[in-house]
Design a protein around this ligand. Structure first.
Ligand SMILES: Nc1ncnc2c1ncn2[C@@H]1O[C@H](COP(=O)(O)OP(=O)(O)OP(=O)(O)O)[C@@H](O)[C@H]1O
Length: 333
């Protein structure tokens, strides 16, 4: 707007010529002066300058918007952008339809909480036909630590969508839509990024931390690499307008990193850092059909508790779903 040309604003030709003669070409050039300076510079009267500047300001000023209009636009953008339904009623409602397209969604929690189980279910949902509520697409599943189990995928499919998975050949067809990659680095994946054009409707990276840790020795170089990785994946999400889900394991400062927690108490999915939802926590369990919410209402969390991940020795164990800034947490959060 500031670079808009004075001679294209519908001002009288006489005044345009005076501006041009004094090398005042754009709206910015004109608006950088006070009216008195312009009177002196252009050698014209106050009335003419005031009227010309009012016209220039009007042309370059962004149109007025009400709060209601901004809200309506946001809702419209959201619905155009789309969501991948998780089929977890409370979570979908809080997320305005599910995992959003075009942005990164991070699943973070301790080992064994259910991040991979959640990813398996999302993969199935993206590959299901649209008349069954899916996206009828292909999925790229970056399985960094070789935790993908096709047997478990089929088990979740049969128990969640028996009408599809029990039909002859359908389980194979659905599973065939999920392409598993085992890159040892993101650069290796980046070389195959053209795969995203082939009807891919979901990208999963399980786990992001492992992808970065595998490539770099020192903490400083990891953090630097993470910045690059996140920008790259963010732009992939924005460019391809598909949901991108990353997992990230929270590790205990004291514990043995490799062992799974036993989760004696209740597991919770917390919705943290969502730009559209209240900070909610949903109790869940894992069954043969995948993650199941025990309550669709959710518990509203007040204060910093929403960003806390509980793991060992506590009754509350958490899987956090967040769709905002990305933080590499290699220590107990
Ligand atoms: N068939 C099943 N029925 C019920 N629960 C299951 C089944 N298969 C796996 N689980 C549960 O899933 C949990 C493991 O989840 P998952 O592998 O998703 O963990 P994760 O968060 O991805 O861990 P990591 O960070 O180590 O990859 C186990 O606690 C187990 O209780």
């Amino acid at each position: 707007m500031a670079n808009k040309l004075i001679n294209q604003m519908g001002l009288p030709k006489s005044i345009v010529n005076i501006f041009t003669a004094r090398n005042i070409i754009t709206a910015k050039d004109a608006l950088s002066h006070t009216e008195f300076e312009l009177m002196e510079l252009l050698d014209v009267g106050k009335e003419e300058v005031t009227s010309a500047m009012a016209h220039v300001s009007e042309v370059v000023c962004p149109p007025c918007q009400t709060a209601l209009l901004l809200l309506e636009q946001r809702v419209l953008n959201e619905s155009l952008a789309g969501h991948l339904s998780t089929r977890l009623k409370g979570l979908d409602e809080a997320l305005c339809g599910g995992i959003p397209f075009g942005v990164l969604t991070e699943l973070v929690g301790p080992a064994g909480i259910g991040k991979t189980q959640f990813c398996l279910k999302l993969s199935l949902l993206a590959s299901l036909p649209t008349n069954c509520g899916g996206l009828d697409g292909r999925v790229i599943y970056i399985d960094v630590e070789s935790k993908f189990r096709s047997k478990r995928l089929i088990e979740i499919g049969i128990n969640s969508f028996p009408e599809i998975f029990l039909k002859k050949g359908m389980a194979q067809e659905m599973a065939g839509r999920i392409l598993i990659l085992h890159p040892t680095s993101l650069s290796e994946f980046a070389e195959r990024v053209s795969l995203l054009q082939q009807q891919v409707k979901l990208l999963i990276i399980d786990s992001m931390a492992a992808l970065v840790l595998g490539e770099h020795d020192s903490e400083a170089s990891r953090q630097q690499a993470l910045g690059w990785h996140v920008s790259f994946i963010k732009s992939l999400a924005e460019f391809s307008r598909i949901p991108v889900v990353l997992t990230n394991q929270v590790r205990s400062q004291i514990g043995d990193e490799s062992r799974m927690y036993s989760f004696q108490g209740q597991r919770f999915i917390k919705l943290a850092k969502s730009p559209i939802s209240a900070p909610l926590a949903f109790p869940f369990k894992i069954t043969s059909s995948g993650l199941v919410l025990l309550d669709d209402e959710g518990i509203e969390m007040k204060g910093p508790e929403i960003n806390t991940i509980h793991c060992q020795g506590l009754s509350l164990s958490t899987l956090a779903v967040s769709s905002a800034e990305y933080i590499l947490r290699t220590k107990n959060a």
